[in-house]
Design a protein around this ligand. Structure first.
Ligand SMILES: [Zn+2]
Length: 1009
């Protein structure tokens, strides 16, 4: 890796951010907010538009005081059919199921339950099995093919489409002269070798050489006038019914006509209070012709903050909206898999052929990113789905915006690595005291058979306190051998060949070790923690193969390299505009992470601690190696049973979920657009190549973009993310997602396509970077300015008739609410009592969570649940799931006669009103009075009543739809956790933050200045 890459995208000098320090110099006018500068480097600005000082004195009039709990008849919860956030696909259908059509976009449509059948989730290989069974129909004779499912509509979604059969085209086709092939390009094409996603496997550096099709000066842009095929060609090579080639000049007109008027409906936020939709907030659909939109990538996987792309950077600047992509690239989902010895890519920019290319004729296709015209290879003329020749546009690659290829050998420079898992466990006195070791060992014993992998899978263990303990698990030993290395200043591997062993061959020794490990240290008095040396040892062990390192840590590392000192001072918990120590204390963890990344080792960190652990330093080990961070504050097996439950459930998911090894992801976009800042856990190897030592299905990414060249001639632009990885079965695979969006030239079109959730998520990531590189206060100001600038721009540039009030287009009506929610989020709030590690963890979550889960953490959902009914309920796998309406997050909505469920993503609260209906108390909670509700209740009893089944069905369903386990706290007014519950009442005034109404008044005041 070059030091240049290191210093740019991965944080320059002392600042350890993946983000904005690519252009570290950049002082912008003081009132600039996040999206104003055309280039990154928005840090260092000192916004003048800050919020007014909090407190009752600043708004004497118009005070909006939350009414006390108990407003009678606050709001009847009218159940309605809800469309929820995406599912976590916990229950994959059996792999033999053929019921899910591979090309049916319905499974991605955002409507959770599949309309037909009982499949809750279409994911064929969610947890456990890391790759679907592969049906290799490579070069099979026709007879063999007869055994395959014959027709497209019954083909298994995950069954790879193979290459053409060896016998070649049918005789009739052989007689047909191929259509004229264009002369070879004047410029010699770049060699085919640099499959740029291959990353370290590159034979030569990837080039982003994007000639603009100059060798074909006579060709019109295909969007404008696709050449009509000759009659004979039409007979043999019918043009696709749906393709970018079909796009006519009327596209722009279409996009204007089909614009939903609702998106631009003017909303006066000061008057309209009920802004939440009855169901989930759904992403806007890009204004594309329906045929094209039908093929587009699912917004759950790939979406843009603006579903209509501005033609120029100056137009984007005027809108004051951030431009960026949000990705969930390795999400568990059902997708077509293609086996091909020749993956068709643009010879100039290496874009994979996709539904948005255009076919100039049957033998040539035009790249939608760089516009070069490429030949269609002979092999591509065969369609493995219909098993016919001559319809390249019907190939699965051209019919699916999300597709996976099984890569041929040129996509690897070494044999695909086996699945390798190394567990690094803290066994100091503090660690043993928490009781976490029993949970980890038991969970591993329970899930040993479900670890993704094959016969090559390897496993190993290291434990550490002030010394490092290795375990010889070599086949033939009668029991595991513990080897202690006490020289932590110069760590070495005592028996390098027997510490990582084949799981199949050494299973019994592994099981022995796991059964005895918790007892081995039960009497330890060793309080020191040498985490740094243990990590060094683990890196030495894993570096020859690559793999996954799972680190469990319960305290601040105290000895050896990487030792840390407490940096959280008690007075820092007081309300303060600025919080210190958000950046790491040492670069040890980052440097080691980069070494890991270079050797395909990802480090996942589980932090279980009651004390300050300096997550901002420790977290670097995962951040730059593309690992995950899990945090269980105040973990204790006995004292904190709900944390233990969450830890157990999370571990099960962690151990059994899909994993990709030695991965790289490249994101390409149409020429003219440029990506500049990435968010998530990875190492940026070159401008658009992210190195992911491991990739997991729960990781989200974001990228900021700018418009470098005007998109004047284009009606659509495309974005393509290609993720190359090694499956746990040792296959090299490439998952490709392509998103197509229209280009517009008016501000009202840009606003109409604004995706408020994606914008919020991108701003949140940007604000995390700003908190670290500048200050928390600066980040908060920038968030507020984002809302001010956007609404001011809308008011001055889009609204034709000026009216009083704080006005927003309907599509952005939730924007100020979400910004306020971010300001009150653990990551950015200024109130007392936020521990530094919890704040840093909240920031990590904002950068790495896929959008759907992130939004719940930012703006929880509140439902009334004491009167659930089956009206409007969903039916999923023979279960009836009630769908209560989401309520505003205000105590005004609470009612003492009722009970409410608040879903905050990683935690849920069931609040019981003091006068709650006795039927609910007996039928759901199993108690006969309010006073009998226990103060620390975490489970709903399984009572055989309709009320009990309804609410349990709802909670189970909400839990299934995410990859982590939210604990449930049943609380009443006297419960210690009531304050936490109330802190999520975002619309209400709090000790240190404005109410929603006050916040709106502040925005209005700034806009009308
Ligand atoms: Zn290209």
């Amino acid at each position: 890796m070059s030091s240049g890459g290191f210093a740019s995208q991965n944080g320059a000098g002392g600042s350890y951010t993946n983000g904005p320090s690519q252009n570290p110099v950049g002082v912008y006018p003081s009132n600039q907010s996040f999206m104003a500068p055309p280039l990154p480097g928005y840090m260092n600005s000192l916004p003048t538009k800050g919020p007014p000082p909090a407190g009752p004195s600043c708004y004497s009039g118009n005070r909006h005081q939350p009414s006390p709990v108990g407003t009678p008849g606050a709001l009847p919860a009218s159940p309605s059919h809800r469309m929820g956030p995406p599912q976590a696909s916990a229950t994959p259908p059996p792999p033999s199921s053929y019921s899910q059509h591979p090309q049916q976009p319905s499974s991605w449509s955002g409507v959770t339950p599949a309309p037909a059948g009982n499949h809750v989730s279409p994911a064929p290989y969610a947890s456990g099995t890391s790759t679907p069974p592969v049906f290799q129909n490579t070069m099979q004779p026709p007879a063999a093919l007869q055994h395959a499912p014959p027709a497209l509509n019954v083909m298994a979604p995950h069954q790879p489409y193979g290459p053409p059969p060896a016998f070649g085209p049918p005789a009739a086709m052989r007689g047909t002269p191929p259509p004229p092939v264009p002369p070879p390009t004047a410029v010699p094409p770049p060699p085919l070798a640099p499959h740029s996603e291959a990353g370290l496997y590159l034979a030569q550096p990837a080039q982003m050489n994007r000639p603009t099709g100059s060798s074909y000066p006579s060709l019109q842009p295909a969007y404008h006038s696709p050449p009509a095929p000759a009659p004979q060609q039409q007979q043999h090579y019918p043009q696709p019914s749906v393709s970018a080639a079909q796009l006519s000049p009327s596209l722009a007109a279409m996009s204007l006509q089909s614009q939903p008027p609702e998106a631009l409906r003017v909303v006066n936020l000061l008057q309209e209070r009920s802004l939440l939709p009855a169901g989930a907030v759904t992403p806007p659909a890009p204004c594309l012709p329906q045929d094209l939109q039908k093929l587009n990538c699912s917004p759950e996987v790939f979406r843009c903050t603006l579903t209509s792309i501005p033609q120029t950077q100056s137009l984007l600047n005027k809108a004051k909206l951030p431009l960026g992509l949000l990705l969930h690239p390795f999400k568990d989902l059902s997708l077509p898999v293609v086996t091909s010895s020749n993956i068709v890519r643009c010879r100039s920019c290496r874009t994979y052929i996709n539904p948005f290319v255009s076919f100039v004729d049957a033998r040539r296709w035009k790249c939608n990113l760089c516009h070069r015209v490429n030949d269609v290879p002979e092999e591509f003329m065969y369609n493995p789905v219909s098993r016919s020749y001559g319809a390249p546009h019907k190939r699965p690659e051209v019919q699916n915006a999300t597709i996976e290829f099984i890569a041929p050998s040129e996509y690897m420079l070494r044999p695909p690595q086996p699945a390798v898992y190394l567990f690094v466990l803290d066994v100091s006195h503090n660690a043993v005291e928490t009781g976490y070791l029993d949970v980890v060992c038991q969970s591993l014993l329970d899930n040993l058979d479900s670890l993704p992998g094959d016969t090559r899978t390897k496993i190993g263990f290291i434990t550490f306190d002030s010394t490092i303990h290795f375990y010889n698990l070599q086949e033939g030993l009668s029991q595991p051998q513990m080897l202690i290395v006490s020289d932590i200043d110069d760590v070495f591997l005592p028996t390098p060949d027997s510490l990582l062993v084949n799981l199949n061959e050494c299973r019994e020794l592994v099981q022995d070790l796991l059964a005895s490990l918790p007892q081995m240290f039960s009497r330890t008095m060793e309080t020191q923690s040498g985490l740094g040396p243990a990590l060094q040892a683990a890196f030495k062990l894993l570096s020859p193969t690559g793999g996954r390192m799972s680190v469990f840590q319960t305290q601040l590392p105290t000895v050896g390299i990487g030792a840390l000192k407490p940096r959280e001072e008690p007075n820092q918990r007081a309300p303060a505009k600025d919080v210190q120590n958000l950046s790491p204390a040492t670069d040890f963890y980052k440097k080691l992470a980069l070494d890991c990344s270079g050797h395909h080792v990802a480090v996942d960190l589980f932090l279980l601690s009651a004390q300050y652990c300096d997550l901002s330093s420790l977290g670097c080990i995962s951040r730059y190696s593309a690992g995950s961070v899990y945090f269980y504050p105040s973990y204790h097996k006995q004292h904190n049973p709900s944390q233990t439950e969450r830890f157990q459930k999370d571990l099960k998911r962690y151990l059994t979920r899909k994993i990709g090894f030695e991965a790289v992801m490249r994101i390409r976009c149409t020429k003219g657009l440029s990506m500049h800042t990435f968010h998530g856990n990875f190492f940026v190897r070159s401008t658009d190549l992210l190195s992911l030592a491991n990739v997991n299905p729960d990781a989200g990414f974001a990228v900021q973009m700018s418009i470098e060249e005007n998109l004047l001639d284009l009606q659509v632009v495309s974005f393509q993310a290609a993720l190359l990885y090694t499956s746990s079965k040792g296959e090299r695979r490439i998952r490709v997602h392509t998103l197509c969006l229209p280009v517009v030239n008016s501000l009202s079109d840009i606003f109409a396509g604004a995706d408020v959730q994606a914008i919020t998520a991108l701003l949140a990531s940007m604000a995390v970077d700003r908190s670290v590189t500048a200050s928390l206060g600066d980040a908060r100001d920038a968030l507020i300015n984002a809302a001010i600038d956007t609404l001011a721009s809308y008011r001055s540039s889009v609204l034709s008739v000026q009216q009083p009030g704080l006005l927003a287009p309907a599509c952005l009506r939730l924007f100020p609410l979400y910004i306020l929610a971010l300001l009150k989020h653990k990551a950015f709030r200024t109130s007392a009592g936020t521990r530094l590690d919890e704040r840093v963890f909240a920031m990590c979550q904002l950068k790495c969570q896929p959008l759907a889960y992130l939004m719940l953490m930012v703006h929880p959902s509140l439902y009334r649940v004491d009167n659930l009914s089956d009206e409007g309920a969903l039916n999923v796998s023979d279960r009836t799931i009630p769908q209560p309406r989401a309520l505003q997050l205000s105590v005004e909505k609470l009612n003492r006669d009722a009970a409410f469920l608040m879903d905050c993503g990683t935690v849920m609260y069931l609040w019981i009103g003091r006068n709650c209906n006795p039927v609910f108390l007996t039928q759901v909670l199993g108690v006969d009075s309010y006073a009998a509700v226990p103060l620390n209740m975490n489970q709903l009893p399984e009572l055989d009543t309709a009320e009990s089944s309804r609410i349990r069905a709802l909670i189970d369903w909400l839990r299934e739809r995410r990859p982590f386990h939210p604990v449930l706290h049943i609380i009443r007014d006297e419960s210690p956790l009531k304050a936490d519950f109330m802190q999520n009442m975002i619309e209400d005034l709090s000790e240190s933050a404005l109410s929603y109404y006050e916040f709106l008044l502040h925005l209005q005041q700034q806009i009308c200045k």
